[in-house]
Design a protein around this ligand. Structure first.
Ligand code: ZN
Length: 244
């Protein structure tokens, strides 16, 4: 009896495997099983993508925390009267124009694109600095890069918005605004403006003030090290800084 049952079971199995004629019910069950499997695969793929996109603020302690500064104006208060002293100490004599800057290779270096920063389209300045200021910019760029890495943030370039103002730039500015005769630190090649509200994303963007906080930490440290004087410019949306 037992043997007979087994053989009949074997027979049924064989039948199922080689003579498949699924009923409507079996077909539907198979169909839903495949849909369910695809759904599970999709869930895990999406989850993996989300994890990749998750910004910094993970509970994972291996990333450094972002603290920023308490108050931008008090953290970066260095006014024109403070910065001009350093500008006159380290700067060059007034530069006529771009050609003049290019001919003064011993005094000025070209600061075009770099892995660490992007120079905005300059409307009233040219991209030249005294070597001491160029080195400061390089160090700030590197420190910002390291900081982003340590905090698990995607890499962004800083944006430089103003560099050396030549005599031609000054004349042009005065045509638009006759009162613009200020003895700007930008005349000396010691001073740069770096945006705090725009950054150049290289992979994906970070859409809040995170980068501003990170940059503020970097600049506070450089200022504390005695590398530069910095003014937080509310209207221009930049840090105005002079090497010291
Ligand atoms: Zn400035």
């Amino acid at each position: 009896m037992f043997n007979v049952q087994r053989s009949s079971q074997r027979h049924t199995l064989k039948e199922r495997m080689f003579n498949v004629q699924p009923t409507k019910r079996q077909f539907m069950a198979g169909f839903f099983a495949i849909v369910a499997i695809l759904g599970i695969v999709r869930y895990f793929v999406q989850r993996a993508q989300r994890l990749e996109d998750t910004p910094i603020v993970q509970k994972d302690q291996k990333y450094h925390r972002i603290r920023g500064v308490n108050n931008y104006k008090t953290a970066f208060p260095d006014s024109q009267s403070v910065q001009i002293v350093a500008a006159e100490k380290w700067g060059v004599l007034p530069v006529k124009n771009r050609e003049d800057a290019e001919s003064r290779k011993k005094e000025l270096v070209y600061v075009g694109e770099s892995p660490y920063w992007h120079v905005d389209r300059l409307s009233s300045s040219i991209p030249y600095l005294v070597p001491r200021a160029a080195l400061m910019l390089q160090d700030i760029g590197e420190a910002f890069y390291d900081s982003l890495y340590a905090k698990g943030l995607p890499f962004h370039q800083l944006i430089v918005t103003s560099v050396l103002r030549s005599m031609e730039d000054v004349a042009k500015l005065q045509r638009h605004n006759p009162n613009a005769t200020e003895q700007s630190c930008h005349l000396y090649g010691t001073t740069i403006d770096i945006c705090y509200n725009r950054y150049q994303p290289l992979t994906r963007e970070v859409r809040n003030d995170t980068l501003k906080w990170v940059l503020s930490e970097v600049l506070r440290d450089k200022r504390n090290e005695g590398r530069c004087y910095i003014k937080y410019e509310v209207k221009q949306g930049c840090y105005h800084m002079t090497v010291r």
